[in-house]
Design a protein around this ligand. Structure first.
Ligand SMILES: [Zn+2]
Length: 69
């Protein structure tokens, strides 16, 4: 047993957009793509839109196309 149990608490700089999740495939389609975590809906409005997000069910949101990995 190792006596040292240091957790990884490094402050790693990472991309922080809005601290919200973004659906990458929807964002690739040019949409705002912010995900409303409690509902799983995604904003289908254009990137940089004014006002508040308009969350749409994921199956109705635009995506970059059928090419998904
Ligand atoms: Zn939005």
């Amino acid at each position: 047993m190792s006596s040292q149990g240091q957790p990884d608490h490094d402050h790693q700089p990472r991309h922080e957009l809005h601290n919200a999740s973004v659906d990458e495939s929807v964002a690739a389609a040019g949409a705002c793509a912010q995900v409303h975590l409690p509902t799983g809906r995604v904003c289908a409005r254009p990137q940089g839109h004014g006002g508040s997000c308009d969350f749409t069910p994921p199956d109705q949101a635009p995506t970059a196309g059928p090419e998904r990995n």
